[in-house]
Design a protein around this ligand. Structure first.
Ligand code: SF4
Ligand SMILES: [Zn+2]
Length: 141
């Protein structure tokens, strides 16, 4: 089962069955200790500061730039989806996909945090102008 691990030197968080032997951030050996999901959330966001919509949008645009997809050019749609994502963050703690239901199984639900691994979705694979389930990302033309 996957768990959260924290490097006791640099606070790097790892999520996996086992922690890395060497911390990829500070290079210290055998530095990981198991922590709770709640602690992991706090450590990754110590100030409790949240990405606002603008910042999130810039981050996913930057992410899309290096890939074969782009953020949907339909800005109205994007704003609606961001609304859903940020409501989920407020109500459920993470930016869960606005068009799918969370299961309360933490492992499964992590797959629903946006951006998800949408390249495998039928809606992305089987259409020329493919998109993620919600249409936040679309194939670049
Ligand atoms: S389907 Fe689209 S909107 Fe939903 S989590 Fe995946 S990338 Fe985000
Ligand atoms: Zn470290």
């Amino acid at each position: 089962m996957k768990k959260y691990w924290r490097c006791f030197v640099c606070n790097d968080i790892h999520y996996g069955v086992k922690p890395p032997e060497q911390c990829p951030t500070c290079m210290v050996l055998n530095a990981y200790v198991e922590i709770s999901p709640d602690e992991a959330k706090k450590v990754t966001n110590p100030s409790g500061e949240k990405f606002d919509r603008e910042k999130f949008l810039r981050a996913i645009e930057e992410f899309a730039k290096k890939n074969e997809f782009q953020v949907n050019p339909d800005q109205e749609k994007v704003q609606m989806l961001l609304e859903g994502l940020f409501n989920n963050e407020q109500n459920h703690g993470l930016k869960y996909c606005p068009c799918r239901l969370i299961t309360k199984d933490p492992d499964e639900d992590l797959k629903l945090v946006c951006p998800c691994h949408f390249l495998v979705h039928e809606t992305y694979q089987n259409k020329e102008d493919g998109e993620c389930w919600c249409g936040l990302f679309v194939k670049r033309r």
